[in-house]
Design a protein around this ligand. Structure first.
Ligand SMILES: Cc1ncc(COP(=O)(O)OP(=O)(O)O)c(N)n1
Ligand SMILES: Cc1nc(C(=O)O)sc1CCOP(=O)(O)O
Ligand SMILES: [Mg+2]
Length: 203
């Protein structure tokens, strides 16, 4: 499986409606602190926008809703994974990406046979508090060897200037939140990301 090199992460279908039509081909809906009804509605909207734009939608955390809404790709962290029904996820035909932050988490992730592995935070992030220090670029090289052919997603503190570094160190896709969502012009920043990742898309 191949992932687009530009992996956008946003917290609403509104963001997806704004940015996916610009040419984004891989987006995660990462919603926190909203009601189940609101999340379900956003998943439906996001699914419809992504389908119309040929964009792969990945649902974060809400594996039951992803199954119920007929989604096809899920992202789970380690705690999410511990509480999830992997058989139900697989039976529903969902692909699965997993977060990792250290060697033990990588072992746990690999035993769940994921479709990609994410490593973070590569750089310090302002999105959420994390108990891990920045991994640095060299750790990506190590992970790429250890995951033996699986796609590797780099996440945490990425911006347009850091894109080439993560790909040069083995990442297959660069995931980003605040460099786009907190930018004064998110559409322009998205276009910069699309341009900066183009050479990794075609190679
Ligand atoms: C691509 C990608 N990588 C890592 C994460 C983080 O997942 P998790 O550790 O479950 O934390 P939350 O995002 O749920 O706060 C991710 N969402 N996406
Ligand atoms: C949601 C998330 N997970 C991470 C991990 O390391 O697992 S880092 C992160 C935040 C990514 O946001 P930004 O691009 O704004 O730094
Ligand atoms: Mg999670």
């Amino acid at each position: 499986m191949r992932l687009d090199p530009f992996y956008l992460i946003v917290d609403s279908a509104e963001w997806i409606a704004r940015l996916v039509p610009l040419g984004v081909k891989l987006v995660q809906l990462r919603i926190k602190d909203r009601t189940e009804a609101e999340i379900r509605a956003d998943i439906r909207n996001a699914k419809s926008i992504c389908s119309a734009n040929g964009c792969q939608l990945i649902i974060n955390d809400y594996w039951q809703l992803a199954i119920e809404e007929g989604c096809d790709f899920l992202h789970l962290g380690q705690e999410d994974l511990a509480g999830a029904d992997l058989s139900a996820i697989r039976e529903a035909g969902l692909k699965l990406g997993l977060s990792t932050h250290d060697g033990a988490e990588l072992e746990t992730a690999l035993s769940a046979r994921p479709d990609y592995v994410a490593l973070g935070p590569i750089y310090a992030t302002i999105l959420k508090q994390m108990k891990w220090a920045p991994q640095g670029l060299e750790r990506l090289r190590e992970w790429k060897i250890r995951i033996a052919g699986l796609p590797l997603v780099a996440i945490g503190g990425l911006n347009v200037d850091r894109i080439d570094g993560v790909f040069a160190h083995g990442a297959d896709s660069a995931a980003v939140v605040t460099d786009i969502t907190l930018n004064s012009d998110p559409e322009a920043r998205t276009r910069q990301w699309l341009k900066a990742t183009a050479r990794w898309r075609s190679s």
